[in-house]
Design a binder for this molecule. Sequence first.
Ligand SMILES: C[S@@+](CC[C@H](N)C(=O)[O-])C[C@H]1O[C@@H](n2cnc3c(N)ncnc32)[C@H](O)[C@@H]1O
Length: 285
Amino acid sequence: MVVSAPPKPTSTDARPFLKWAGGKTKLLPQYQPCLPQRWSRYHEPFLGGGALFFRLQSGENPPAVARLTDVNPELINVYRCVRDRLGPVIALLELHQLRHSKDYYYDLRSQHELPPVERAARFIYLNKTCFNGLYRENRKGRFNVPMGSYKNPGICNIEMLTAASEVLQRCEIEQEDFTHVLDHAKGKRDFVYLDPPYFPISATSNFTSYSRDAFGAEQHEQLRDVCLKLAKRGVKVMLSNSNCEFVRELYDDSVFELQEITAARSINSKAKNRGKITELLITTY
Ligand SMILES: C[S@@+](CC[C@H](N)C(=O)[O-])C[C@H]1O[C@@H](n2cnc3c(N)ncnc32)[C@H](O)[C@@H]1O
């Protein structure tokens, strides 16, 4: 009997391999018409699950060069290991998949100081099996999300990881603060997509406040200044944020165009607070 090998994943199959709070997959159809026409270098300084980056791979204009960055060192370690050490990551994930149980989850969650590949596989395993795919740390910077309840958490999706690894080969991946985008995006061939932790629309809506690196009004002001500098250089800037007075006032400069996007809010512990809201998509081109 001849058994043919499964088709090799291509860049058109690449999609986010992590669940990420604030991930943009559902909004991408609304973003599509707002993308710039001409550019060749892509920068995503708040990478998270990288929904837009992966979607661009299957578009008419996949980025020739991409620089993907985030302040979260564990997240960046995962992307680098998926790019450079996929075989060992998959081998460990297969083991985690086989052993998955409540005890196993909490045992692995409590392990620290592991080498990079082990940390990457641990991160993916916890991401797929924890409550709502949330990433939250305690004050010591230890991941502290409880286990979720999934019948089939899809811990090791080899095809998805292989497709992601393939497109990540062309990317520079760094752990850094968003302000460093100014060192790299220099002119009109650069397109920067910024998706920061949103400014809260209410006192209870900011789930990102659990993380080590809080992102408050001061950081949002700094981010607006970065956008102004980029725009002056002719860089094409696109930014997502919540639709609230603070953000509208912050981007009240003729260089920015503000558009409302309709979104379903899913990260809210109270079901009655999950509904349709609008967000802002802010562009400079
Ligand atoms: C809303 S999420 C991005 C979601 C992503 N666009 C997606 O589709 O999944 C925001 C990201 O910003 C990162 N972040 C928070 N503060 C940062 C900072 N000062 N510099 C760079 N990244 C930061 C967080 O680690 C998180 O991954």
